[in-house]
Design a protein around this ligand. Structure first.
Ligand code: FES
Length: 335
């Protein structure tokens, strides 16, 4: 049986609870800081409310609740076991390893033109102690002058504290040209973050679809690097869609992953290639996902790209039994 998803308000945290497990047991197992004391439905420290869904008890906890408390949805989470996915209200819960948001100065130390329209920037903190700490899959704001732009961090956290960003670039893109000039002079700009909830969920170990359009690849690259760091071999299916061949700016890297790691699968698709530039598949990448995986009930999906693509994908995937709670996209969490 699949675990239950327990969404905790007001902290906006999500917990996975295995069948037969109490909410508290799952929270402690996953490194949450969750208020409790007696663990036997006596002290009331773990009391909160079930706003949506149902729980059951194996002990006397239910008898300890007054009829008013039951009516208002109160529960002892040290003893309550989810019977369905839940939304609960529980104050003073902290998620594991929260990365604090802050603004830090970074040197632009290098740049690479990945393709005629994509620029890679490499940034290192001016002061190592002030470096941003982040989870793979998060994004940040790049601040320079009046510019304040959101970018996915395109790498997993590294000891060197390097941050890699993929920036859409064309000859007349003044911002990208400005970034190239900064890189050439090793100048400083500011990064603010991290933000976002699209981090890799490896418990339970579900096969994972990584769906990217254009520079949405950056977020997927970070997630893949994170999984490679943890040495987990849960299947990863990377689907990368773009208009033209040059938009698949790291196609060779993705092919290399698929060749080197048996658990990584890669499929690219173009919607409007220049004649003679592409012999691969044509069409919309999310349609290819359901062609390859018609039953998505046991999967999780990460999606990064234009909002229209993410919403169309979500709609289609739900028709193929994807649990909406297992689709992660900055666009859905932070619209
Ligand atoms: S921990 Fe005391 S009642 Fe739950």
């Amino acid at each position: 049986m699949l675990p239950y998803l327990v969404h905790i308000t007001p902290g906006n945290l999500t917990l996975l609870v295995e069948p037969g497990e109490t909410v508290l047991m799952a929270a402690l197992r996953q490194g949450f800081n969750f208020p409790y004391n007696c663990q036997n439905a006596v002290c009331g420290t773990c009391m909160g409310r079930v706003l949506r869904g149902e729980v059951s008890y194996d002990n006397q906890a239910e008898e300890e609740l007054s009829s008013e408390e039951k009516e208002e949805g109160f529960a002892f989470f040290c003893s309550a076991k989810p019977k369905t996915h839940l939304v609960i209200e529980m104050f003073h819960v902290e998620g594991p390893d929260i990365k604090l948001e802050k603004t830090s100065a970074y040197h632009v130390m290098g740049h690479t033109i990945l393709s005629p329209n994509t620029l890679l920037l490499e940034l290192y903190p001016e002061n190592e102690k002030e470096a941003l700490s982040f989870h793979a899959g998060q994004y940040l704001y790049l601040c320079y002058g009046d510019e304040y732009r959101a970018y996915s961090i395109a790498n997993a956290e590294e000891d060197s504290q390097r941050i890699e960003l993929h920036i859409r670039h064309t000859d007349d893109n003044a911002f990208a040209n400005q970034m190239i000039a900064l890189a050439e002079q090793k100048k400083i700009l500011y990064l603010e973050g991290p933000h976002g909830h699209c981090v890799l969920h490896q418990t339970p170990a579900l096969p994972t679809i990584l769906l990217a359009a254009g520079t949405g690849f950056a977020q997927m690259k970070a997630l893949i690097e994170e999984q490679l760091k943890t040495r987990q071999t849960t299947p990863l299916y990377l689907y990368w869609g773009a208009r033209k061949r040059e938009d698949l700016y790291a196609h060779e890297l993705a092919l290399e992953w698929a060749q080197q790691y048996p658990f990584i699968h890669y499929q690219a698709m173009l919607s409007a290639p220049e004649p003679g530039t592409w012999s691969g598949e044509l069409g919309y990448i999310y349609e290819k996902v359901v062609k390859d995986h018609p039953d998505l009930s046991g999967y999780q999906v990460y999606a990064s790209g234009p909002p229209d693509m993410v919403l169309a994908a979500l709609q289609l995937f739900e028709q193929h039994a994807l649990n909406r709670n297992r689709m992660y996209s900055d666009m859905l969490f932070d619209p």
